[in-house]
Design a protein around this ligand. Structure first.
Ligand SMILES: CCCCCCCCCCCC(=O)SCCNC(=O)CCNC(=O)[C@H](O)C(C)(C)COP(=O)(O)OP(=O)(O)OC[C@H]1O[C@@H](n2cnc3c(N)ncnc32)[C@H](O)[C@@H]1OP(=O)(O)O
Length: 161
């Protein structure tokens, strides 16, 4: 029964264009951090999220991401926790991409607009500072001028190699 339901959803959703902007270069997240990031990035043809990572011309991490029907919270729109999971992954990964071996210690999110399901949006990230074990990364989920969520993320470097 579950298999049939999933197949129908796949047919309904169809392919999604996750191509990047001009000048963006594809970024291989598993090559850097391993294959553990399955919750957000693990099902590239599924109905939860579909994600592709890039670096922009300034080397900052970017993600093109589709929020599928399985991320629903308010009817027809993404769950806030679904957006939080994406920001946790992308902003933590941004610190790794900048050379810091971290986990996320604190993630402060403001939800600014309801995010419609099955929309392809962009996650922007900027590494703001690195001092001692603390790496601050800011980011937002947006589409054009519309900001759906913005976040400040304190990453803490892991001890040891
Ligand atoms: C491995 C392959 C992975 C590979 C995968 C990589 C993927 C990255 C993307 C995924 C991101 C995630 O989902 S990560 C998963 C979600 N995150 C977690 O589960 C983290 C759980 N928390 C922890 O493990 C711990 O609390 C740590 C590591 C964050 C910190 O513990 P600690 O090592 O004992 O260090 P501690 O002394 O407490 O803190 C060091 C300094 O940071 C400050 N600090 C610590 N936490 C906070 C905080 N929440 N808010 C403010 N400040 C904080 C302290 O005040 C201190 O400042 P001072 O006194 O020095 O000034």
């Amino acid at each position: 029964m579950r298999v049939v339901k999933k197949k129908v959803l796949v047919d309904v959703c169809g392919p999604v264009d996750l191509s990047g902007d001009e000048g963006w270069v594809a970024f291989d997240a598993p090559a850097l951090v391993g294959a553990s990031l399955r919750f957000v990035s693990g099902e590239p043809d599924g109905n939860r999220y579909r994600v592709r990572y890039y670096r922009d011309a300034e080397q900052q991490l970017r993600a093109r991401i589709w929020f599928g029907p399985e991320t629903e919270g308010p009817p027809g729109h993404s769950h806030g926790g679904a957006m939080a999971a994406v920001l946790d992954e992308v902003l933590g990964l941004a610190a790794w991409a900048a050379g810091h071996r971290v986990v996320v210690g604190n993630l402060n999110i403001s939800f600014r607009n309801l995010l419609p399901l099955e929309e392809v949006v962009t996650v922007e990230s900027t590494v703001i500072s690195a001092a001692g074990r603390k790496v601050m990364v800011h980011g937002r989920i947006c589409l054009g001028e519309t900001v759906f969520a913005e976040a400040e993320c304190l990453c803490i470097t892991l001890p040891g190699k």
